[in-house]
Design a protein around this ligand. Structure first.
Ligand code: PRX
Length: 646
């Protein structure tokens, strides 16, 4: 295959924080002397009590234990706010762009500090204290960042639930971590449509223990029911508290947040991140990978409901004293030029988005992009799923006018921040490759037997040693943490991703190798969609797989066996799609549903997903060995009635 390489432009090599020599020297040091390396890097943060120990980690079976800087103390909100006040008090911290293009707000570090203190005092008045869990179910409004930082200020652990999730999903997440408070808004606003967040919260709370309080932010002014004694308006309480609140002294290993994410089995897992290591990793990657300079306007288009929003809208940028743009809307409202118009309006210099958005906007043609200047841009980023070289080239050529390097950052909710990524002053770029490991990250590729392979090869991606930003446990279930990430290959963290390494040492992520699919950059466990489907009274069995989708990357393909006597119909197909949407949320809606009288199973009753994936991909010519099936005839019916015909 002919690979295009975009060399590092000489002006980048000269001016970036990290050039190729610095990268190589720092990388070597980071793996040969992790204690020395991270001791120095940790000076990026303000510590209340300095740490003496740096790294104390174990990937040993039965003893997975990750601690960094464990005897140091600090406060995340103080690092993101207070320490900037002397030098950057009047600098804009959050630049908010509303769903409606006529709405925007600038909040300086001084203003944000005061509002976070006020918010923290409201939390205290509601009885929240250190170690308590707070669920945040908010739209993309500045109060979302304030709520996060207010929790961090008083040592409460936040758990953000993406506003697109259903009441059931919200209830499950509130219950799993036993949140005592839910912070929501009357309604959200996305693409001109209202999202009934308070109403969803009310429904969710009919399914929880029922002792939670609710703090409601007024966003649209829409009518909502307020339950006396349980529900409180933020603006009313904020008017009664002071804007001074001393930051709580937290141990580096005290939890900062929980974020639920889908895996290959069971219910979503509460990924737990702690204070010191996470903040260091978020801040350091944000500065070095995006080559942050004092006057940059940084825009990450993610939602704070995902890890990308945690690390690169809130914690990384604010720890670095940067200006972070927060966008309430969607890429195609009011028109397909919205992203580019926002870039011009706020003079965005660094733009970070997902391949799914790039592909969708690419389909709208070059016109909407070319109707704008984008002259302020200097760097582009990609995250969330593999970016196909065509989309990469379009992003580079049309959006960046052949001028802006692209950092294709590979990482996960579990990793806290970037693990494999180019650095714009150091790494020659190959479109579609996340390139080289970040400092302190030791990736390896293993074969099916778990043997580490050398040189150019393809297999499963593992990480050999701990890094500061990694998750510490699955909240309330350390055994599941070990089982999920450390049982496939001994003494290694298994990422769940397949990967190829080329002769130049570039890593190319090929996608998930487990039963997780990546739909528009959002992670979805096939098991979750299956359990939603079988909860419908007409469904006896369901199997869900991913298939290639032009815009979403992967689409959701569901095979459904109906109960005896239930007739298949298009109306039922629609009903089932709507059912899953209601059970989990719109992002889980199946794209294609095939009614299957039988599913391909081994004689021991195991569904052979390999076959279902091939048929969903319309690649049924290559089904491989089907002789072990209990009833090979079901395959013919599945092929004849397949829903994805190229
Ligand atoms: O499969 C990889 C894919 O997204 C997964 C992690 O999803 P999540 O925890 O939701 O975090 C998404 C944002 C960090 C990974 O296991 N992924 C993420 N970034 C990339 C990627 N695949 C290829 N290239 C990337 N740059």
């Amino acid at each position: 295959m002919h690979e295009i390489i975009h060399a590092v432009p000489s002006e980048w090599a000269a001016s970036a924080h990290v050039d190729i020599n610095t990268y190589q020297d720092m990388y070597r040091r980071s793996v040969e002397d992790p204690d020395g390396f991270w001791r120095e890097q940790a000076a990026r943060l303000d510590w209340i009590k300095p740490f003496t120990k740096v790294k104390n980690t174990s990937f040993a079976p039965g003893n997975i234990d990750i601690r960094w800087f464990e005897d140091g103390t600090l406060n995340v909100a103080a690092n993101c706010l207070d320490r900037h006040l002397a030098t950057r008090g009047d600098k804009v911290a959050i630049l908010w762009e509303g769903d409606d293009p006529s709405e925007s707000r600038s909040i300086t570090y001084r203003e944000l500090h005061a509002e976070v203190c006020r918010f923290a005092n409201v939390l205290k008045a509601l009885g929240v204290s250190k170690g308590d869990r707070v669920t945040i179910y908010l739209p993309m409004i500045p109060e979302a960042a304030m709520a996060m930082l207010a929790c961090a200020r008083i040592g409460a652990i936040h758990s953000i639930v993406f506003g697109g999730f259903s009441p059931d999903s919200l209830a499950g997440r509130i219950g799993d971590c036993r949140s005592t408070l839910v912070i929501t808004a009357d309604e959200g606003l996305r693409g001109g449509k209202k999202v009934p967040l308070k109403h969803n919260t009310d429904s969710a709370l009919t399914k929880t223990i029922g002792d939670e309080k609710v703090l409601v932010i007024r966003r649209t002014g829409g009518e909502v029911a307020m339950h006396a004694g349980r529900d409180f308006w933020y603006h009313e309480m904020a008017a009664t508290v002071s804007d001074a609140c001393p930051p709580e002294e937290m141990s580096a290993e005290d939890p900062l947040f929980i974020l639920y994410t889908s895996g290959s089995t069971g219910r979503p897992k509460g990924v737990l991140h702690t204070t010191g290591g996470y903040l260091l990793h978020a801040a350091m990657t944000h500065e070095l990978v995006f080559d942050l300079k004092e006057n940059d306007i940084f825009w990450c288009t993610a939602d704070v409901g995902w890890v990308t929003g945690h690390s690169y809208i809130v914690y990384g940028p604010l720890a670095n004293g940067a200006t972070s743009l927060m966008f309430e809307g969607v890429p195609n409202y009011p028109t397909n030029a919205r992203f580019w118009q926002v870039i011009d309006k706020h003079k965005v210099t660094i733009f970070y988005t997902a391949p799914t958005a790039i592909r969708a906007l690419m389909q709208a043609g070059d016109g909407p992009v070319k109707s704008t200047s984008r002259a302020s841009l200097r760097l582009l980023g990609s995250v969330g799923e593999p970016i196909n070289p065509e989309a990469w080239e379009w992003y580079y050529r049309v959006v960046g006018d052949n001028r802006c390097p692209i950092v294709d950052t590979w990482w996960q909710t579990e990793t806290g921040g970037h693990l494999i990524t180019p650095m714009p002053g150091a790494t020659p770029l190959k479109p579609g490759s996340a390139s080289w490991p970040f400092f302190g990250v030791q990736p390896a590729i293993v074969d099916a037997e778990g043997q580490i392979m050398e040189g150019a090869c393809e297999g499963n991606l593992v990480i050999l040693d701990a890094w500061p930003g990694m998750m510490r446990t699955v909240y309330g279930d350390h055994e599941r943490f070990e089982q999920t990430y450390f049982s496939a290959y001994k003494n290694m963290y298994f990422t769940g991703d397949g990967c190829r390494r080329d002769a130049d040492g570039y890593y190319w992520i090929t996608g998930r190798v487990d039963d997780v699919i990546n739909v528009s950059g959002h992670r979805m466990g096939t098991a979750e969609v299956e359990s939603a489907l079988v909860a419908h009274s007409g469904v006896s069995e369901a199997a869900v797989v991913g298939y290639p989708h032009d815009i979403k990357g992967q689409g959701i393909y569901a095979y459904v066996t109906l109960m005896a006597g239930v007739a298949p119909s298009d109306a039922l197909r629609k009903e089932l799609a709507g059912w899953v949407r209601k059970e989990i949320g719109p992002i889980a809606t199946p794209d294609l549903i095939q009614f299957a009288p039988g599913l391909p199973k081994t004689r021991s009753g195991k569904i052979m997903r390999r076959i279902l994936r091939k048929i969903a991909e319309d690649e049924f010519g290559a089904l491989g060995d089907i002789s072990t099936l209990a009833d090979p005839a079901v395959v013919e019916d599945l092929i004849a009635n397949r829903q994805n015909r190229k």
